[in-house]
Design a protein around this ligand. Structure first.
Ligand code: GLU
Length: 304
């Protein structure tokens, strides 16, 4: 399969089309990003790599980091993790409060804000220095120790993160947050502020295409069963209330973030990352969705 040729063709096709949507104005720092940025990086397990456009520029991965915090918590706690957070698609927006009351403070899944906030609380309780340990975990996955949080983005989100404050305090009132909510939220905003390029992002997620094994040193990050489960959560919950649509149109486990990034994996074959800052009404990158739909159609790859 000539992946490079297909990626080029699809990239220019999407580039010529209208760039619809809006940047997330609710996080001031993200509203300033150049909306014309568009990058793609493809990383196959048999080491075919290819990047196009702004694939080397770092951007805020936002909710994509929630897959990594869930992976870290799962590797430490095993199935006890699911006592604090469920694995059901929510069918609601990423920052929704509505289901928490009827669900007694147990978020529907770890990839929506409420679930990711609970995972932050769990990591704070289990690790001596959760913020430092988490970023080290990402650096090890990337095999790149220059990776870091963006204090600017974390601060910017904290200054206006009223919904996330509401979520965290509400869950605390329902008994599913143990630590001081301010500490939990500080960690949550930092987690969302991690910056990676498409090239780094595709590589960081390659272990999920590779039965949980890191490629550069063959270290197991997760067992193959746990890896399958993280992929299942991405498949069913990775795009909030557009998860069904992503499965329908793209057919790969993936995760988006309001920074405009999307990463997707084809088990045993490849990982691919796309970045374009304008978001559709559901908070997913407009061009990213379009690119992946055309790419998987052309390459005839899908887990279904
Ligand atoms: N930091 C963002 C928030 O909490 C993450 C949302 C996302 O990327 O979907 O609102």
């Amino acid at each position: 399969m000539d992946y490079q040729n297909i990626i080029e063709e699809v990239y220019y096709y999407v580039l010529e089309e209208e760039n619809v949507g809006a940047k997330p104005t609710y996080i001031p720092e993200l509203a300033q990003v150049d909306e014309h940025k568009f990058g793609v990086y493809f990383y196959s397990l048999n080491k075919r790599r290819f990047g196009i456009g702004d694939y080397q520029e770092r951007f805020s991965i936002q909710s994509i980091a929630k897959v990594l915090s869930t992976t870290l918590a799962y590797s430490i706690l095993g199935d006890r993790l699911w006592e604090r957070v469920s694995v059901e698609p929510s069918g609601t927006s990423f920052n929704s409060l509505v289901q928490l009351e009827s669900d007694n403070g147990i978020p529907r899944n770890p990839l929506i804000n409420s679930g990711a906030i609970v995972v932050c609380d769990i990591l704070l309780s289990t690790l001596e220095n959760a913020e430092e340990d988490f970023i080290e975990f990402v650096r090890d996955l990337a095999n790149d120790h220059s990776i870091d949080y963006s204090q600017r983005v974390a601060q910017s989100e904290k200054s206006v993160g009223y919904r996330n404050f509401a979520l965290c305090y509400y869950i605390k009132s329902l008994g599913n947050i143990v630590n001081d909510p301010i500490k939990v939220l500080d960690f949550y905003f930092k987690l969302c502020s991690v910056e990676l390029s498409c090239e780094q992002l595709a590589y960081v997620f390659s272990f999920l295409a590779n039965d949980g094994i890191r490629l550069h040193d063959r270290e197991p990050v997760l067992t193959d069963t746990f890896t399958k489960r993280i992929n299942a959560i991405m498949q069913t919950c990775g795009f909030y209330d557009e998860s069904g649509e992503f499965a329908f149109k793209v057919g790969l486990p993936g995760k988006s973030g309001v920074g405009g990034g999307i990463v997707a994996i084809m088990p045993n074959q490849y990982s691919i990352a796309v970045w374009s800052p304008k978001l559709n009404a559901k908070g997913n990158s407009y061009r990213g969705m379009k690119f992946l739909e055309a790419f998987t159609q052309q390459t005839r790859t899908s887990i279904f």
